[in-house]
Write a protein of this length. Sequence first.
Lengths: 234, 194
Amino acid sequence: MNEFKRAILLIGSPKGKKSSSASLGTYLLTKIKKYDIAAETVHLHTEISTETKRIKFLEKIDEADYIILAAPLYVDTMPAKVIKALSLIAENKEKFNQDNADSGKTKSFTVIVNCGFPEAEQNKTALKVYEQFAEEAGFKYLGGVAIGMGGAVSGKSLAEMGGMAEDLIKGLDQAADDIVRNHRLSDSVIEKTSKPMISQKWLYTLVGNLNWRFQAFQNGVYSKINDKPYRGKK
Amino acid sequence: MKALILNGEELNGLSLNHISENIKEELIAGEFEVEEILLKEKEIADCLGCFDCWVKTPGICIIDDFGREAAAELINSDLTVFLTPVVFGSYSYQLKKALDRMIPLISPYFKKVKGEIHHKKRYSKYPSILAVGILKEENEVQSQIFKELVERNCINFHSAYFEAEVFEAGDNFDKKQLINAVKVISKKVGEKNE
């Protein structure tokens, strides 16, 4: 029954394949593929840069039944490039909706947002923004997965993360099932995916702070890490 | 006092010039020195998400374009105005491309703010924010999301005060309400500077 259905994963991180967004989205897409759904991935930062690419991108959206976006939280909302891509989709909604009406299909939209802060709740404003996009584009909004401590993923495969990602994996497995059934994401998905990957918040921030110091040290700028280059500059 | 208007009108979109002029007049009357950046005319690349502005060139984005100048202007202002079409309850691409490039202005280090973890200040002083969102037609849900977003930004940008208002474009534009919002935030910023 599902053999003609297509899923498209949109990666909203400029870091592409090395991003937490790619790790999370790819895991979910792999699970969706197991339901005999054709799937492909589009990196928004490189695949809407020219008119030709934008036309191709819109064709891919048009062909998709399940649209999944995995993106980082930037300044409490979507990264700029994601706004550009989603605006492009919303501006072309008449075409999609007409096609859907002909085929009797409704496209669904699901989002995974991850932030570097420990609290998954910090993504909640962004989720509201994504829901508005779905409404404007005429897509069925299945819900959003909010993930904190994105820094713990940093492009790693979830399977390699061991017990730390156990709840996250269970939540995404269930999310795949919900998406394929065109159901709103279940409460267990929201609960499991929003659990902190490291139970002690202080430990995550300590490791994070040490990591910044270490990277600055490696780059020879440890003593400059608190510099204020624009102080008093007009 | 210095005010910076980040005008985020879209390419081929609704002109926000008249609204910007209204804001500017009121700010000048409130003794602000006003600078406006029409973002769509500036070369500002998208943030790369690399964090090199924290660990390689601390405080400066590695992309050498107008994004650096915009960041320098913002941190040296007492009030920054976000003027933008409301897009899904959020900001326009033009405004957001600039805001994403403001990350060098904060520190990589974490600290707790009202029970949540955020990044520490890099500078001792950050501007207050006046956010003016423009909708083609009334949308209460998106107006609320917009205000919530600005409030969240104020935590992350360490702004002392903020005001956020959403207006309908065209005949229903409420100039009085706009002037009032400018007056309210100007007063707060002025008192803080005294």
